[in-house]
Ligand binder design. Sequence first.
Ligand SMILES: [Zn+2]
Length: 151
Amino acid sequence: MTSTSGPSHSTNEPLAAEEARSLSEEQWRQRLSPEAFHILRQAGTERPFTGEYWDTEETGVYSCRACGQELFASTTKFDARCGWPSFYAPTDNERVTYVEDSSLGMTRVEVRCANCDSHLGHVFAGEGFDTPTDLRYCINSLSLNLTKSQD
Ligand SMILES: [Zn+2]
C-alpha cells in the first residue's frame, strides 16, 4: 500500500477502491452523516418523498456519497412518482454491483457501488415505464451527491 503524506481526502474527492474497501465501519461512521451511514453501510431506506433528490430536475452527475464515484447522469433520471430518485441506467454498468435481497419477504435486487460496496438502493425490471431499458434504479438520495453542470 502506498502512503502519501498529503492532506487527507476531502469528502468530495473520489476514494480509490482499495482505500474505500479498507475502511472500517467505524471509519465510515466518521466520514458520513448518521443518516447517510445508515443507508449506505447498513442498507437502510429513506422514507419516500423526503430525500433531497427525488424530484430534482437539475442537470449534472450523481456520484456515490460514500466514495465519490460517478454513478448516474441526470439524463437517465425519470419521474417514476415513487418518492425516490429513479434512473433507467447507470453511467457505466461496471460502476454498480447487484446482490439478491430477500429481506421483507420478497426478492429484490439490491444495487451497490462497485467502488466502495456501499448500498445505493434497488433495481426493478419490467414495470412498463417508457424508458430505453425498462429498468428502474430506485436509489436513496442519501446515497448520492449531485454535482450540477456548469452550463
Ligand atoms: Zn461508492
